[in-house]
Design a protein around this ligand. Structure first.
Ligand SMILES: Nc1ncnc2c1ncn2[C@@H]1O[C@H](COP(=O)(O)OP(=O)(O)O)[C@@H](O)[C@H]1O
Ligand SMILES: [Mg+2]
Length: 306
């Protein structure tokens, strides 16, 4: 991959893009192998860059999914995450206690409402951003235990392309990459997709453009992403929709709430409602592998050798 070339392409305006780089129509996926789904379907919300709207997206999507079935938010922005704030809860325990071995998996689960739970990331613990294989193993084991209690797991990712961040995405059944029209966000989204596909070549990343001011602007972001991804990765993320830049989102964040609940008629809330429907359909045709189980197979820690 030539990084400079990729960056240059992302800077080009829509009219300057090479022709013939339209999005490849999505391929239908295989039906779930078994009608019985023993483990939760998992979805990772990722981006590469911070501040693109991962937590805003996670809050509304999880709330919407929970109407269909019990849902667990996994705040994987370890040590600094704020997913709990957008659910208006202040959990006493988090992944920090789980990793330290001072709390059992079910003890770190906080209740947001009847059908929505959350594991908080903990705050102000920088060592959580670089977990050892043993610590990742503990998290994977905990998720493996918990995922049979839920229909959906939604991972609110950290920014960046660290092994730990990419491992959560690579182990998830669905991955949504959230970018904004900012060139830095697109560049980091591309970098994330590249590292994800290296880690899990069968991943089928889905793309959402957040904070666009029009459909045209969102479409132009998608064209640029597709062009660069096709050229350097020979693959494209699948565009599933966009969310307008909307002050109502900022008001919902300040009210510590998911916008689809706080202001359901706001344009951003309607877009998130639509995206949730699209993702429910994706889940219906995706084989659930089990996030904890997949993560366990990716963590290089072996208890026997320890
Ligand atoms: N669609 C939007 N319209 C307006 N502001 C938004 C939108 N999406 C996100 N924001 C703003 O961006 C901030 C960062 O979003 P957040 O979801 O916390 O990012 P991330 O989790 O990717 O770091 C939010 O607090 C909000 O102020
Ligand atoms: Mg966040």
């Amino acid at each position: 991959m030539n990084w400079d070339q990729a960056r240059k392409l992302l800077h080009l305006s829509r009219d300057e893009l090479p022709r013939g780089q339209e999005q490849v129509p999505s391929q239908p996926r295989m039906q779930s192998e078994s009608p019985m789904v023993p483990r939760a379907g998992s979805l990772c919300v990722a981006s590469g860059k911070g501040g693109t709207g991962k937590s805003v997206f996670t809050a509304s999507l999880s709330s919407r999914l929970s109407r269909r079935g019990r849902t667990l938010i996994v705040d994987a922005d370890m040590g600094i995450g704020n997913a709990h704030i957008l659910q208006g809860v202040a959990p006493e325990r988090s992944f920090v206690e789980l990793v330290a071995g001072t709390a059992a998996p079910r003890e770190v689960v906080a209740r947001c409402d009847d059908r929505l739970d959350l594991i908080a990331a903990g705050s102000g613990v920088s060592s959580m951003a670089e977990l050892s294989p043993f610590e990742m193993h503990r998290i994977a084991e905990a998720l493996e235990q918990l995922e049979t209690d839920y229909r959906y797991l939604v991972v609110d990712s950290a920014a960046g392309v660290s092994n730990q961040t990419v491992a959560f995405a690579a182990a998830s059944d669905l991955v949504v990459v959230v970018t904004t029209p900012a060139v830095t966000a697109m560049t980091d989204a591309y970098a994330f997709i590249k590292v994800l596909l290296r880690s899990n070549p069968s991943a089928d990343p889905l793309l959402v453009v957040n904070r666009a001011h029009s459909f045209e602007e969102a479409r132009s972001v998608v064209k640029r992403m597709e062009t660069v991804c096709q050229r350097f990765l020979s693959r494209s993320p699948r565009w599933i929709g966009w969310i307008p830049d909307d002050d109502a989102v900022i008001q919902a964040v300040n009210a510590r709430a998911a916008i689809i609940n706080h202001d359901p008629s706001a344009p951003a809330a309607k877009a998130l409602e639509h995206l949730s429907m699209v993702l429910l359909e994706e889940f219906d045709r995706t084989r659930m592998r089990g996030l904890g189980r997949s993560l366990l197979s990716r963590v290089s820690y072996s208890p026997k050798l320890a």
